[in-house]
Each structure stands twice: as C-alpha cells, then as structure tokens.
Design a protein. Structure first.
Length: 269
C-alpha cells in the first residue's frame, strides 16, 4: 500500500523533512532567546534611566570596563572641557537615523587630575571629510554635565571597524583607552552621553536621542513562526504521502478496468 515510500525520491524527501524539523525548532528557540535578551535589555535601560543620578566616579575608574548593569545610568561630573584634545567620531547618524555626521567627543578634566570623555552630541558632516569640521564651542570654565554612562566602544561590541590613518582628530570608536594615550592624565573607563549641562553655553551639538526601550521587536513572532513551520513539515509529509497513495490507486484501478487488446492473428483474412 505504501511501498512507494521506499523509492529513492520518497526516502530523500523523508530525510529532508526529518532534518528540517529539529532545525526549525532550534531556530525558534534562538529567536525566543533573542526576545528574552531584548526584554531584559529594555528593562535594564528603563530602570537605569529612571534611577537617581550619581557621580560618575562612583561607577567607573581608569582602565575599568563599565559593567553591563551600570550602562545607561544617569551620572554627573564637574570639571572643565579640554578643547585641545577634542575629537570627532566619524560615520554617525543624527536623530533622524539617516543623516551622516560626527559625534563630538570632548574630555572633561576633573578636579582630581583625572578626565572623563563626554559625547557632547551630533553635528552634520561638512563638504570636506578630510578636514576637522566646524564644531560648536564647548562651555568655558567650570561646568557640570549630566548624561548616560556608556561602555567603551570596540569593534567586537559595536561592529564598527577601527580604521587607521584617519585625518587628525578624527576617530572611528569612542574608547577611553585610546584617548588616554593623547592625554597627560588617567581617563575614566567608558564615556558620558551628554543630556544636560550647567552652564549650557551657546549653540551646542544635537543631543544624542535616548534609547527606545519600549520596542521588543519581532523575535517572539519569528519564534512562533519557526515552530509552526516545524509542525507543518510532518503534516505536509502526511498529506503528500496520502495524495501519492490515492493517485497510485487511481492509476492502478484505471489500468485494471482497461481491457487488454488481443493482437490479430498473422495472415488472417
């Protein structure tokens, strides 16, 4: 009845189906894990943004990697901007997520002879990318900044290639260890993404937008889709097998109902 299942075509089809089922199940769990990570990350961002502001020195130190649990914490720092060592970070998008420009990265010199990097915001790219762009001047004198604590960028955690041979005072990554080489004092690990300063000063770069921590993404829907696909494979295999059996039975019935033609005798009148 189902002997056709032993044919080469059906053996290959069955093996492919058996391979697809666990693969799709694993892909579903992969998407589920991505969903859970996204939810946990959103929770962390929301909790840290809503936490009371603390002095940046309490959460980081020179040579220290900012822990994941402390990223996005609101921090404050008081000092004076070191304009001489200000750099711009290339290939960064503005708040519209389309315009390409620079982040303005300025060291803030702290009273204890240390420094912390401050991302003062975004400016559009000029016509000549080989020249240092026109940057709104930072506030002079003592200033108190408030912002979101971020971990140092690396190629591994950002996906951005650390290009070498860039024009003077231009960098690809925001990295405290790299910038510490140009300063004559220790630099706190990570950096501050500026949200407010006192005094505010004149025209300033466009502030970096706060992260969207309400969107959980489509990962859960993708997980359900993969699991539905995995359930559909055996169902589809059964449907195809029953259709094949029915078609073969119909062909056999037609062949049985067709009378055999008897060849005429040779030489008959």
């Amino acid at each position: 009845m189902y002997r056709f299942l032993l044919t080469r075509q059906w053996v290959i089809l069955t093996l492919v189906a058996l391979a697809l089922i666990p693969t799709m199940i694993r892909l579903g769990f992969w998407q589920l894990h991505r969903h859970e990570h996204r939810v946990a990350q959103n929770q962390l961002i929301g909790d840290n943004l809503g936490a009371p502001a603390v002095a940046v020195e309490k959460l980081t130190a020179p040579g220290r990697t900012v822990p994941r649990d402390d990223t996005w914490r609101t921090v404050t720092a008081t000092g004076t901007y070191d304009i001489a060592h200000e750099v711009v970070v290339r290939q960064r998008t503005g708040s519209d997520e389309q315009s390409i420009g620079y982040f303005v990265l300025t060291p803030l010199l702290l009273p204890d002879e240390r420094a912390v990097l401050v991302n003062r915001g975004w400016i559009p790219a000029g016509p000549d990318l080989t020249k240092f762009p026109k940057v709104p001047a930072a506030s002079s004198g003592k200033v108190t900044v408030t912002g979101r604590l971020k971990a140092d960028e690396t190629t591994g955690n950002s996906g951005i290639k650390d290009k070498q041979g860039l024009p003077p005072r231009q960098v690809s990554l925001i990295n405290s260890e790299q910038q510490a080489k140009a300063l004559s004092r220790p630099v706190l690990g990570g950096y501050v993404e500026l949200t407010a300063s006192s005094p505010k000063g004149g025209k300033q770069p466009q502030p970096v937008a706060a992260p969207n921590h309400s969107d959980i993404g489509p990962h859960m829907a993708y997980a359900v889709q993969w699991w539905l696909f995995s359930a559909g494979v055996p169902i589809g295999w059964i449907v195809l097998a029953r259709r094949e059996r029915r078609d073969r039975a119909d062909e056999a019935a037609k062949a049985a109902a067709t009378p055999e033609k008897v060849p005429a005798a040779a030489g008959a009148d």
